[in-house]
Ligand binder design. Structure first.
Ligand SMILES: Nc1ncnc2c1ncn2[C@@H]1O[C@H](COP(=O)(O)OP(=O)(O)O)[C@@H](O)[C@H]1O
Ligand SMILES: O=P(O)(O)OC[C@H](O)CO
Length: 495
């Protein structure tokens, strides 16, 4: 092979991936490894940071071996990651002092209530763009400092480091152990001021988190450090939170462009341009990226459980053996489905923000079978996206003509058709649903001068357009059932 490539490391909630991408933006090779989800208590979700690192390094090594690419052909590495998931490690030993607390984890809900009672809601919204919720990293750091023996003392001595997964990977990938992150990841911490692009001193003091724990923050398109592979130094030339990477990878580069990614959760983001726009309908404001001296903002609707509900069908209910089987099962039912599944397994995110909602199944009758449950589970992804899209249109004043989609569950044709039906909009699926990895690669390519934003716009290819095909009456009836079901799951686990 006589060309140059970019390696994209995509560290997701359920798996680590490594992709080799050529000059034309074509995926030449991909390796993927699932890893263990740890549920120590109801509502708690953890990952082992060492397992994450090892799985990411293993898929990287396999990619090199199977594609036979040589280190000197790799011009840059791009990193994209599950966001908010919090690792705290000891800088002297390099060892985490606790498992990674995953974005879905609800243990800090009581502390979030305290912050709300202290009157911080408005301050947090205006300065971080976020709502006070256990989703974000800040309260997870606080929990570790308060609950792990010796943590506070070590933090006070300046020995501890906090990072989202990008920081944790880069610390370990670089010889000098650099401690860095990018704007998009920092903007998910509850500690980063998205107006001044600095850590927010007031919030650090409210949460009693020493500034010495925090990584240095750079634009997403930067050289974050060097990774040495067989003596060749390769620049780590981009870092992006996975949802922002998918927005970039889907070429949503202009104000008003939007995409939805169906992974473990579902995340609908709209590029809102140069200025942060604040929501009146339960969405959050986030930094999309920093590139070429420009910062771009986005409005985001975060759904906590999407593909994870399909995993629940597979692993907990055993009604399917693989995720793609859910499509066959849903299509086996050709009558209207009276069943609703509300997968509020980790509370409800946007637009409800209810940390105390819990999952439920409604409308069961004697003839309800696994096909009803599987279909209702897939439908719940589509309904949640409709909730978000309505809020997004109302906040932005922009009526979306269509919805660009990607992520693992976007492969499901039944789901995509249902999505078009319930939204009454065309749903556009690109040829490659790996927009996240592509976005990180494009960003790295921009840093090293291999691509421009124009090249990204030209690289989009459509696989399929799903067109709406149900009556308005049926659509409205189905959606009304969903709203009724959601209402009944709310505030279930009262504090
Ligand atoms: N054909 C399918 N139908 C429905 N869900 C699917 C399908 N394929 C994958 N999924 C779901 O998509 C998720 C994996 O997508 P991915 O984009 O890899 O997520 P993540 O980055 O969050 O790990 C899993 O939760 C899986 O259950
Ligand atoms: O790992 P994913 O693709 O489910 O993305 C997780 C999000 O980044 C959480 O905010």
């Amino acid at each position: 092979m006589n060309t140059s490539f970019i390696v994209s490391l995509d560290q997701g909630t359920t798996s680590s991936r490594a992709l080799l991408i050529d000059h034309q933006g074509k995926i030449i090779g991909m390796e993927q490894e699932e890893f263990e989800q740890i549920y120590p208590q109801s509502g708690w979700v953890e990952h082992d940071p060492a397992v994450i690192l090892q799985s990411q390094l293993r898929v990287f090594e396999k990619l090199i071996k199977n594609t036979k690419v040589t280190p000197d052909q790799i011009v840059a590495i791009g990193i994209t990651n599950q966001r908010e998931t919090t690792v705290v490690w000891d800088s002297e030993t390099g060892k985490p002092i606790y498992n990674a607390i995953v974005w879905q984890d609800k243990r800090t809900a009581p502390f979030c209530e305290k912050l709300k009672k202290r009157g911080l809601t408005d301050y947090v919204r205006k300065n971080t763009g976020l709502v006070i919720d256990s989703y974000f990293s800040g309260t997870k750091i606080k929990w570790i400092l308060d609950n792990i023996e010796g943590a506070q003392e070590k933090a006070d001595k300046g020995v501890l480091r906090f990072g989202t997964i990008d920081s944790w990977l880069i610390w370990n990938l670089t010889k000098e152990n650099v401690h860095v992150t990018d704007y998009s990841n920092a903007s998910r911490s509850l500690l980063f001021n998205i107006n001044t692009l600095e850590w927010d001193k007031k919030l650090l003091s409210e949460l009693e988190i020493p500034a010495s724990m925090l990584p240095k923050v750079f634009p997403s398109s930067s050289v974050f450090g060097m990774y040495e592979l067989n003596g060749v130094k390769i620049p780590i030339a981009s870092v992006l939170g996975d949802q922002q990477a998918a927005l970039f990878g889907q070429a949503c580069l202009k104000k008003g462009d939007a995409k939805n990614t169906y992974g473990t959760g579902c995340f609908l983001l709209m590029n809102t341009g140069k200025k942060p726009q604040f929501s009146k309908n339960g969405l959050i404001t986030t930094i999309a990226w920093g590139v070429n001296g420009k910062v771009r903002y986005a409005l985001e609707g975060s759904i906590f459980i999407a593909g994870a509900a399909v995993q629940w069908l597979r692993d907990e209910l055993n009604v399917i053996e693989s995720a793609c089987e859910s499509e066959k099962l849903a299509l086996s039912l050709d009558v209207e489905n009276p069943v609703y599944v509300v997968p509020a397994f980790a509370g409800l995110g946007a637009p409800y923000w209810d940390m105390y909602a819990r999952g439920a199944i409604f409308g069961l009758t004697r003839d309800t079978g696994k096909a009803h449950i599987a279909k209702a589970t897939l439908d719940s992804l589509g309904y949640q996206v409709k909730d978000i899209l309505q809020a997004m249109q109302s906040d932005s004043g922009i009526k979306l003509k269509c919805l660009k989609v990607d992520g693992g569950a976007a492969a499901n044709n039944y789901l995509m058709q249902f999505q078009a039906d319930i939204l009454n909009k065309n749903v556009i699926r690109p040829k490659s649903i790996e927009s996240t990895a592509l976005g990180a690669a494009y960003m790295a390519g921009i840093t090293v001068g291999m691509w421009s934003e124009d090249d990204i716009l030209k690289s989009r290819t459509v696989d399929k357009i799903f067109e709406p095909n149900v009556s308005k009456q049926l659509r409205n009836k189905m959606y009304a059932g969903w709203k009724k079901a959601v209402k009944r799951t709310m505030n279930w686990e009262c504090n």
